[in-house]
Write a protein that binds this ligand. Structure first.
Ligand code: FES
Length: 97
C-alpha cells in the first residue's frame, strides 16, 4: 500500500476505508457522514480524505470533519500492524447493524 493511498476493504461485513499516511495506517467507516458516498472513492490530501460526492473533508487520523458540508465525524477504528498483516479493531455494535 502506497503512502497517501486509500483502499476500500470489508471486515466482518463492515465497510472500511483503510489509509496509509507515511509509516502509519488508519481506518474509518467507509461511509461519509454527510451522504451515501464511499470515502474510499475519494482523494487523500494533507492528512484528509476529500469525499467524492460534495468534496467535504475528513481528518484521516480521527474521522473529525474538516470542511463543509460535513459537520459530523466518521467512525474511526484502531489499527495495528502485525507482521505483514493490518488489523482493524471493530466494535461489536457495528457488527450487528
Ligand atoms: S456525501 Fe460526502 S460531502 Fe456530501
Amino acid at each position: 500500500m502506497a503512502d497517501d493511498e486509500v483502499i476500500g476493504v470489508s471486515a466482518a461485513g463492515v465497510a472500511i476505508a483503510l489509509f496509509r499516511l507515511g509509516d502509519s495506517f488508519h481506518a474509518l467507516h467507509d461511509l461519509c457522514s454527510h451522504g451515501r458516498a464511499r470515502l474510499s472513492d475519494g482523494f487523500v490530501e494533507d492528512g484528509c480524505i476529500e469525499c467524492p460526492l460534495h468534496q467535504g473533508k475528513i481528518d484521516i487520523r480521527d474521522g473529525s470533519p474538516r470542511s463543509a458540508p460535513i459537520t459530523l465525524p466518521v467512525k474511526s477504528f484502531p489499527v495495528r500492524v502485525v507482521g505483514a498483516r493490518i488489523e482493524v479493531l471493530l466494535e461489536p455494535e457495528l457488527l450487528l447493524t
